[in-house]
Structures are given as structure tokens and as C-alpha cells.
Design a binder for this molecule. Structure first.
Ligand code: FES
Length: 211
């Protein structure tokens, strides 16, 4: 459980104070096999991840990262870097399945308004793996996550719903205030509620473990 200043766990504070696996050399000196970066315009966070991959076993033998982010982004990415490289490293397929919830569980929780920060490292890692697939002529392994429109009247997609859940919107009425979803003809409401609930459960339900 979160038990420190601002609801941060001791483990997160430890990783924030002593972040592991930060890239300390110039990018060209590190000679990564894959590099990914993501930014979050809302809070100004930016995350970059570099990986080295054993071509035979497909295990991530090393991971370095850098961020211009908050304590949660730093702590959660530091923890993620350990999870990915410990025990001789995750395979690329295992790393692609790593979810923010796995990182949050390891950290002992995060203040809910900071959940989106743990997603940054996760997204940057996925982007670095996709970059590796590109460079090794394996583009067919890149999963394209296309946005699906949930509400045609207001042009709201499932990605929009996910982003707002991660930004701290935890009930459907608040989602409507932010996006106006299902405030036109109203026909999409059952589907919109379902999509909202799916994302809420994905990130905040304790019942759904590591799926
Ligand atoms: S389709 Fe969403 S309000 Fe009409």
C-alpha cells in the first residue's frame, strides 16, 4: 500500500531517490538495438527507453531509460527496468505483455492521479520493442493498436476513454463532463459504459490480476 509522502510507497521513494538503469552515456555510445520514446502533453512528461536484445534467446539483456517526468514516472520506470532485466531478462513477448498494473503492484500502489505516469515507461518500452522489430525486419510482429470510435456523435474513441481513465476520471458522469461522450443521440451509451468499465477494471480493479 501507499504509505509515504503524497501517497507514495517506500519502494517508489527508494527508486525515485536512487533510480536504476538510467542512461548515463551518450545515446550513440550505448548502441541500443531498439529505442522508444513517448510524451504526455497533459503533464509534460517525456520518457525514452533503450534496449539491448539477445538475438538468439530474444531476451532483453539490458534496458536504459531517461525521463523529464515526475517522481511517479521516475520511480515506476526504474522499477520497470529491474522487472524487465532481472533473472536474465524477459523475452520480447513477455515484455510486450507487461502492464502498468504489474508495475503498480510491484510498487505497492500509486496515487490514482499518478497512474498515467506508470504508463509512460510501459509505452516507451513497447515502442522500443517495435523499433527493434523494425530494425530486424520483423514488421509483422508490430501490433498496431488502432483507435475505435465509441461515440459517433461526439467522435470519442476507446483511446480517449482510456486516456481519461488514466488521468483520474473514475466514474461515467465525469467522463461525460470531459468528453461529452453519449450526450448526443445517446445510442452509444451502453457500449460507452462498457468500454469505460473495461478500462477502469484494467487499471484499478484488484480482482483482475495480470491478465
Ligand atoms: S453515438 Fe454517442 S451520442 Fe450519439
Amino acid at each position: 500500500m501507499s504509505d509515504n509522502v503524497m501517497g507514495y510507497s517506500d519502494l517508489l521513494m527508494d527508486h525515485f531517490s536512487n533510480p536504476r538503469n538510467i542512461l548515463k552515456v551518450k545515446e550513440e555510445e550505448y548502441k541500443a538495438d531498439g529505442m522508444g520514446s513517448v510524451g504526455n502533453a497533459t503533464c509534460g512528461d517525456m520518457m525514452m527507453v533503450w534496449i539491448k536484445v539477445d538475438k538468439t534467446s530474444e531476451k532483453i539483456k539490458d534496458l536504459k531509460w531517461k525521463t523529464f517526468g515526475c517522481a511517479s514516472a521516475i520511480g515506476s520506470t526504474s522499477v520497470m527496468s529491474e522487472m524487465v532485466t532481472e533473472n536474465e531478462g524477459m523475452t520480447l513477448d513477455e515484455a510486450l505483455k507487461l502492464k502498468p498494473k504489474n508495475i503498480m503492484d510491484r510498487l505497492g500502489g500509486l496515487p490514482s492521479i499518478k497512474i498515467h505516469c506508470s504508463v509512460l515507461g510501459d509505452k516507451a518500452l513497447r515502442s522500443a520493442i517495435h523499433d527493434y522489430f523494425e530494425k530486424t525486419d520483423q514488421k509483422d510482429r508490430i501490433a498496431v493498436e488502432e483507435a475505435k470510435i465509441v461515440c459517433n456523435c461526439l467522435n470519442v474513441t476507446d483511446h480517449d476513454v482510456e486516456e481519461w481513465v488514466l488521468e483520474g476520471v473514475h466514474d461515467f458522469e465525469s467522463l461525460q463532463e470531459k468528453t461529452k461522450i453519449a450526450t448526443g443521440c445517446g445510442n452509444c451509451r451502453p457500449e460507452a459504459e462498457k468500454v469505460f468499465q473495461q478500462y477502469y477494471d484494467k487499471y484499478f480493479s484488484d480482482a483482475e490480476e495480470n491478465n
